[in-house]
Design a protein around this ligand. Structure first.
Ligand SMILES: [Zn+2]
Length: 270
């Protein structure tokens, strides 16, 4: 059923943009060339406007409820490690992870106590092991940007909306609550020279290749893989890794699927 859904999706215009990874205004220009599906088009699927439950593997269920406008659902399990957060599933406005800690890895240009150095405890521990594992293989990784508070995402989005208008801002900046960086479970990483931080040129580097091969061993996935733009709603981002736990990460990476496909969720650009 999911595959047949995708057949239609893949022929439609893709709304592809960075996953709220922009940590400075510098990314705005490069993102502004992305295309956008108008809200009216995505709203035409009335089914998405109704309360729904998405079945998760096994007996667990992810309950979601409708929020106002744009068919965006609010997740009811924001603290769950493998929580699905994307353009259609947002964190509750009141949610802030309770177990954030400073990661013990090197970052590029971030003050010692900056939010962007933080992740939830389990993810931070796994990240430290991942960086150490890479180092053993002769690959040096550094952090670029991990946690971003809801308040920061609100301020960031509002500043873009004020400058370019709401609809334009949506094409390159994540709506508050829909950025994985707000979960405290995602981080953008790059190589030691920092040259391709959160940029397309990171793809194909030794660091990117190592991540593709080994992230699952540490419980992470490449969240926005190449060729899955219609499902994730984001362009290929080899630098954005997301902690989901080893079991799920291994299944996702070995099958070459996305978190959306793992949950059999509706493709983002449906
Ligand atoms: Zn990111």
């Amino acid at each position: 059923m999911f595959k047949s859904l995708l057949a239609g999706v893949c022929s439609s215009v893709l709304a592809v943009s960075l996953a709220g990874c922009s940590f400075s205004g510098q990314n705005v220009d490069q993102n502004s060339k992305t295309e956008q599906v108008s809200p009216s088009k995505s709203d035409s699927n009335t089914g998405a406007n109704q309360e729904q439950q998405t079945k998760i593997k096994g007996s667990k269920k992810r309950e979601v409820k409708k929020t106002s406008g744009d068919s965006i659902l609010t997740v009811s399990n924001p603290e769950s490690i493998p929580v699905l957060v994307n353009k259609q599933n947002k964190l509750p406005d009141s949610y802030n992870p309770k177990d954030l800690v400073l990661t013990k890895v090197d970052f590029i240009g971030a003050p010692a106590n900056a939010d962007k150095r933080k992740m939830r405890k389990e993810a931070a521990d796994a990240l430290q092991k991942l960086f150490a594992g890479a180092k053993k293989d002769g690959v040096t990784l550094i952090g670029v940007s991990a946690y971003r508070s809801h308040a920061t995402q609100v301020a960031l989005f509002n500043s873009y909306a004020k400058r370019d208008g709401y609809e334009k801002a949506r094409t390159y900046s994540a709506l508050p609550g829909t950025s994985e960086h707000e979960t405290g479970l995602a981080i953008d990483v790059t190589g030691a020279n920092g040259r391709c931080a959160a940029s397309d040129c990171f793809g194909g580097t030794n660091e990117a290749i190592w991540l593709e091969k080994h992230v699952a061993e540490y419980g992470f996935i490449i969240r926005y893989p190449r060729g899955k733009e219609a499902i994730t709603g984001y362009q290929y981002e080899p630098w954005h890794i997301r902690y989901v736990g080893k079991k799920i990460a291994t299944e996702i990476m070995s099958k070459g699927i996305t978190l959306e496909e793992y949950y059999n969720a509706t493709p983002v650009n449906n």
